[in-house]
Ligand binder design. Structure first.
Ligand code: SF4
Ligand code: MG
Length: 338
């Protein structure tokens, strides 16, 4: 397995200005020291509730917002250390698809112009060969070449997402970051777009970093899953480990909220109390301790390391001090008084 993307110690702390002089008075710790690897040809999802830092992670990798700290290796090159102009070369290899492609498409440009512009910026193909490629791309994503000269408003949400995908593909990327790419679509259209993404992955050897709050979608598309909470990774593992054998109390709580596909299999039901705390002043120790039904004094003090515990597959890691005790039933759910 070839490492395509390796994120090391990534931080994104947004300054909060205040006072008369607009000094930085604090930071929103949107992403706070996360590390993970994405291998060529796989789909890795990042899941978590809104505000957990998943979209910020995608944006920091692409430097749409400059990360505060950390390294982002793409095929061994640290993107975070490149100058803006050096980074431009990599924009071709790393593409992003947003929830609403319409928002990033000029409504006065025809679809052909949109794709042509993407290719022109990245110097893909001589000008006279592009039109043919545009028609091919539209067919590839399930649209019709005859629609090339239409305008974005003439397409449905699902079709616009296909245009977004065609635009990403037009520059021959290696990695596509899908940020809530199907979240705005109806369930049946969602399935079509997910299937398209899977077909394209097989055909072009694409790698996906798939950012979503929707566990059903994540279950469908992922090879591996990263669970984030308040800017940190709580658990990481292959799809089956995360969905069928979750070890972190937060992952278990997230999963309790979705229906179990096999009703024969009981799942521990964990209901979380309270809201997600502020990322400006996140809880000490384990960030999840204010809501975790298993929290102990240690959780308030020590930051748990993301690691493989007894009884876990090697590639499966959880950031919790008490995985073994919770699994054995030695530790019973109970809310710590705070
Ligand atoms: Fe809960 Fe403590 Fe584990 Fe955090 S470290 S998930 S608070 S038991
Ligand atoms: Mg998001």
């Amino acid at each position: 397995k070839k490492e395509l993307l390796k994120v090391e110690g990534l931080k994104q702390h947004f300054p909060i200005k205040g006072g008369f002089f607009g000094r930085t008075v604090n930071h929103v710790k949107a992403v706070d020291d996360i590390s993970f690897t994405v291998y060529e040809g796989e789909t890795v999802s990042i899941v978590g509730e809104s505000g957990c830092g998943k979209s910020t992670t995608g944006r920091a990798i692409l430097r749409l917002e400059e990360p505060s700290d950390g390294k982002v290796y793409f095929e061994g090159t640290d993107l975070a250390s490149l100058s803006k102009s050096e980074m431009r070369k990599y924009r071709k290899d790393l593409q992003i698809i947003f929830q609403d492609p319409y928002a990033s498409i000029n409504p006065r440009q025809s679809i052909s112009d949109v794709l042509n512009e993407a290719m022109e910026i990245q110097n893909v193909l001589p000008k006279k060969e592009r039109r043919k490629r545009i028609l091919e791309l539209l067919e590839t994503v399930g649209l019709n070449g005859s629609q090339a000269d239409r305008y974005p408003h003439e397409f449905s949400g699902g079709q616009r997402q296909r245009i977004g995908i065609a635009r990403a593909l037009s520059v021959n990327p290696k990695l596509i970051i899908c940020d809530e790419a199907v979240s705005a679509l109806d369930v049946s259209i969602q399935a079509q777009v997910l299937n398209l993404l899977e077909e394209l992955q097989d055909e072009y050897g694409l790698t996906y970093l798939f950012i979503s709050h929707d566990l059903g979608v994540v279950r469908h598309i992922s090879d591996r899953v990263i669970v984030m909470y308040l800017g940190k990774i709580m658990e990481i593992g292959d799809k089956h480990s995360i969905f069928d054998n979750p070890k972190h109390p937060y992952t278990k709580a997230l999963l309790s909220a979705i229906p179990v596909p096999d009703p024969e299999r009981e799942r521990e039901h964990i209901v979380l109390r309270g809201d997600v705390p502020s990322p400006i002043d996140p809880p000490t120790g384990c960030r999840f301790h204010t809501r975790c039904p298993f929290a102990q004094e240690k959780c308030r003090v020590d930051v748990p390391e993301l690691k493989t515990h007894d009884g876990m597959k090697q590639s499966h890691e959880a950031a919790c001090h008490f995985v073994e005790e919770i699994e054995s039933g030695q530790l019973k759910p109970n809310y710590m008084e705070t």
